[in-house]
Every structure is written in structure tokens, then in C-alpha cells.
Ligand binder design. Structure first.
Ligand SMILES: C[S@@+](CC[C@H](N)C(=O)[O-])C[C@H]1O[C@@H](n2cnc3c(N)ncnc32)[C@H](O)[C@@H]1O
Length: 352
């Protein structure tokens, strides 16, 4: 499709949502840089944890597949800045992750590698996707309303594109992750000291909403060190009142953000374990190794959303190829509610 036709198609798709975009509450898309101040102490902790993590030997079963290796190569500037311990360069890269290569495959709806190629098209597409998500979340909410305050991610760490409604700041895919955070909150509702583990948490949007809304939650994320740097940057800036432990640090903390392979050595158990759009993007032996550890570390629930279809593109190992541990019983399967038709959400309960 050429550019003009693409623009027309997007405009047509936007038409049914005129009642949102023309309402008094709608403030449109913010695409200007926010100039959010970086905390240098956080950057130094990220640098130390990264260098320690990449110096440790680990089993190659944990290695990412081709696509994620390529994605690491594209984050090469971040890797170099971290290894050089260049605080300014790391700060500059991470503080713009929503728009630069650090956010690649993590920030939803980046139709183009570089917004500068065609800002008008990029912004129109993004606006359409965000409006669509808000509309879907209203359809599925109890009262059929869009409660924008709940989607608000006021901390503009990483320079997000945000859509403003009722004065609230909504970032791409906020509705997806808030919905999962609410789901997890429901699973943990009678638990006074709940714990959640996640593999491949990406930026950390689900974690952000969970930690904001679920009282006393402790949380651990395991991810590839270069992606983890983005996650640490976002969560540590967005949740300044929480306590964090990064790899190699000695203190105890509410939130632990650790390299992927450390799942094997980390002494922890979780009431719920999460994985979204991640395991199906790994090699089959990697998936099944992780499933073994998830089975061991999960006390009650395993909630994930991954590709349930035949192998396609970056979804190298869809769910039919997974060896789910016998200790899990499938409780529920739900189709993806955002129009991502290859994905399904699965809830398992630990029964042994
Ligand atoms: C498409 S992103 C999804 C991120 C996040 N769950 C979300 O839904 O926004 C895939 C995630 O899987 C992680 N990942 C890919 N290969 C991995 C591996 N071998 N071990 C651990 N994490 C991996 C990536 O670093 C990334 O965080």
C-alpha cells in the first residue's frame, strides 16, 4: 500500500471513534520530548549490574533466538555505553527508549524503525491503535466506561509518546498491561503478602501497574541483560518509593530485576508467575527449560499470553510445542482481546 492509501485507510478506521477524538476531554497525542530528569545513581546501579551480569558464565540453553540476538546487536550503542561505564551516554539512550533502538520489540505499535522517516504517518497510526485499545477496554469494563485515571503513567521516563484524555497520560498499550495487572490483582486478592515473578517483562508496564495497585506486592523480573537495563531504568524512575535489588547488590528489596539465566540460581517462590508475548519468541529447548523452572518456583498461578498458532515469523515456539509441567492444570484460555489474533491468554493452577 502506498503512503496516501495507508493514510486514508487509517483515517477511515478512526471514523467510528470520532466520539472520543472530538470530545472535550480528548487532548491528542504528545510527541514532543519531555526532558525528564535522569537519576545518575540509578544509571550507575544499572551499569554495575549489567557489567557483572555479562561477566558470568551460563548455560547456552538460555541464549535468545536469532531475532533477539539481532535485536541485541541493534542495541549495540547501549551495550558499548554500559561497558564503557559512560553515564551520560547511557542516560541519553535510556531516557529516550520509547523512540530509539533501545525500545525495539518492546514498545508496541512502532510501525517504523524511525519516526523521523514519516512522523505524520507514524503518529496517525499510533493514535488509531491507542484509541482502539481504549475503546476495547471500555467495552470489556464492568461499567462500559473509559476510566482514564487508571491508565495514567504520569512518569515520562524514557520519553514516551502519550495520549492525553481528561488530563491523564496514557502510553501505548497501557490498556493491555493494566488489564493484566487487574487480572493478577484478582488472583491475589486474599493474599496479604503476595509475590509475582515474571520472565521477559520488557519495559515493565505490567509490573508498573501491578506495583502501583496491588498492596504489598513483591515482584521479580528475569530478562536479557540489555532489555533488563531498559526495564530497570523505567521502573526505578517510575516507582521512586519502592525498593529495588539489581544483580550483584546485597540489600533485600521489594523488587528484584535480574538477568534471565539467574532464574536457575535465584532462591525465590511466587504466588503467580507471568509471561507475555515472550516464551513463544524463544527456541523450543529454551522454552521447555524455563517451563521447568516456572513449575518449580510457582506456588499457585501461571498466567501467560503467547502465540497459540502454528510457528510464524518471530513466534518460533507456539504453545502446542510446550512441555507444560504436570503440576499445572489449565483453568482458562481466552482469545487476545486487542485484535492480535495469533495470541491466546492461558491461566494454569498449580495442583501438586
Ligand atoms: C516482545 S517482548 C515482550 C515484553 C513484555 N512481556 C511485553 O509484553 O511488553 C519479549 C520479551 O522476551 C524476552 N526474551 C527473549 N528471549 C529471551 C530469553 N532467551 N530469555 C529470557 N527472556 C527473553 C525479551 O527480552 C523481551 O523482554
Amino acid at each position: 500500500m502506498d503512503r496516501e492509501t495507508t493514510l486514508k485507510v487509517i483515517e477511515q478506521k478512526m471514523e467510528p471513534f470520532g466520539f472520543i477524538t472530538q470530545s472535550d476531554q480528548y487532548g491528542g497525542l504528545i510527541t514532543e520530548p519531555w526532558d525528564y530528569p535522569v537519576n545518575e545513581n540509578i544509571i550507575e546501579r544499572i551499569i554495575n549490574a549489567y557489567n557483572l551480569a555479562i561477566s558470568e558464565p551460563y548455560d547456552d540453553i538460555y541464549d535468545p533466538n536469532e531475532m533477539w540476538q539481532d535485536s541485541s546487536r541493534k542495541r549495540g550503542d547501549l551495550h558499548s555505553a554500559l561497558v564503557d561505564r559512560n553515564v551520560d551516554a547511557v542516560s541519553e539512550l535510556l531516557n529516550n527508549f520509547w523512540g530509539n533502538e533501545c525500545g525495539q520489540h518492546l514498545v508496541k505499535y512502532r510501525m517504523m524503525e524511525n519516526r523521523d522517516d514519516d512522523p505524520e504517518l507514524f503518529d496517525k497510526y499510533l493514535e488509531y491503535k491507542m484509541i482502539y485499545d481504549l475503546y476495547r477496554s471500555a467495552l470489556f469494563s464492568e461499567k462500559g466506561e473509559i476510566n482514564t485515571a487508571r491508565f495514567d503513567v504520569r512518569t515520562p521516563a524514557g520519553n514516551p509518546y502519550a495520549m492525553v484524555m481528561n488530563g491523564d497520560f496514557i502510553v501505548p498499550a497501557s490498556p493491555h498491561y493494566l488489564r493484566w495487572a487487574d487480572y493478577v490483582g484478582g488472583l491475589l486478592v486474599n493474599n496479604e503478602n503476595p509475590s509475582a515473578g515474571e520472565l521477559g517483562g520488557g519495559i515493565g508496564l505490567c509490573a508498573y501497574f501491578m506495583l502501583r495497585d496491588i498492596p504489598n506486592l513483591s515482584y521479580t523480573n528475569y530478562d536479557l541483560p540489555l532489555v533488563l537495563a531498559v526495564n530497570q531504568f523505567f521502573l526505578m524512575h517510575a516507582l521512586p518509593d519502592q525498593t529495588f535489588r539489581l544483580y550483584g547488590e546485597g540489600q533485600t528489596a521489594n523488587i528484584e530485576l535480574l538477568p534471565h539465566w539467574s532464574i536457575e540460581h535465584h532462591f525465590a517462590e511466587f504466588d503467580v508467575f507471568l509471561n507475555f508475548h515472550s516464551l513463544s519468541e524463544m527456541r523450543r529447548e529454551t522454552v521447555n527449560n524455563y517451563l521447568g523452572w516456572i513449575g518449580t518456583k510457582t506456588k499457585e498461578w501461571f498466567l501467560h499470553e503467547n502465540s497459540g498458532d502454528a510457528q510464524q515469523g518471530y513466534n518460533q515456539t507456539p504453545t502446542p510445542y510446550w512441555d507444560i509441567p504436570n503440576s499445572f492444570k489449565l483453568v482458562n484460555v481466552t482469545p487476545n482481546m486487542w485484535g492480535e489474533t495469533t495470541y491466546k491468554e492461558y491461566l494454569y493452577k498449580k495442583v501438586i
